[in-house]
Design a binder for this molecule. Structure first.
Ligand code: FEO
Length: 170
């Protein structure tokens, strides 16, 4: 069993992960409109991964007997460049990392071992999320105004594939 306050915080974060999914779907559309088909595909994979994250929270809360509340959010969809897309992605992921850390702090404070174990996967995942974004931003800064370089990187990003978890909610 988890406390009402922990359940509320986890439910709120479930909605943040859902927001993340919609944000990246929106970025996929923006990249596609810019002619960046590889980036559009990369963001589509990111969308799919965020839905897995969202469902992890849903499954955990359901297993703890918590009634989940979903909320709607406005999703931004205006971006000026490939660099802006990935810089905003990194800023968003840094925000998520802080949110996960706050959840972990609360679970530790409450002596909630089950939630600490559940959150551990996300602590590790956030390291990879931020590293991926930093790598892409670094490459984009090296490329600068070179259109051919951007095209090559866009092609590279298009190679990313979604690897589904063992079950849809795993
Ligand atoms: Fe679900 Fe990108 O953090």
């Amino acid at each position: 069993m988890i406390s009402d306050s922990m359940a509320q915080l986890l439910n709120s974060h479930l909605n943040t992960e859902h927001f993340s999914a919609q944000l990246y779907l929106s970025m996929s559309s923006a990249a596609g409109v810019m002619g960046l088909k590889g980036s559009a595909s990369w963001f589509m994979v990111q969308y799919q991964e965020e839905m897995v994250h969202c469902m992890k929270f849903y499954t955990y809360l359901s297993s703890q007997g918590v009634l989940v509340k979903l909320v709607n959010a406005d999703i931004p969809n205006e971006y000026g460049s490939m660099l802006e897309l990935f810089e905003k992605t990194l800023v968003h992921e840094q925000h998520i990392t802080k949110a996960i850390n706050r959840l972990m702090d609360q679970a530790v404070k409450e002596g909630d071992h089950a939630t600490q174990i559940f959150l551990q996967w996300f602590v590790t995942e956030q390291i990879e999320e931020e590293e991926n974004d930093r790598d892409i931003i670094g490459k984009l800064k090296l490329i600068g105004d070179n259109g051919y370089g951007r095209l090559m990187l866009d092609n590279e990003l298009g190679a990313r594939v979604f690897v589904p978890p063992p079950t849809a909610a795993a």
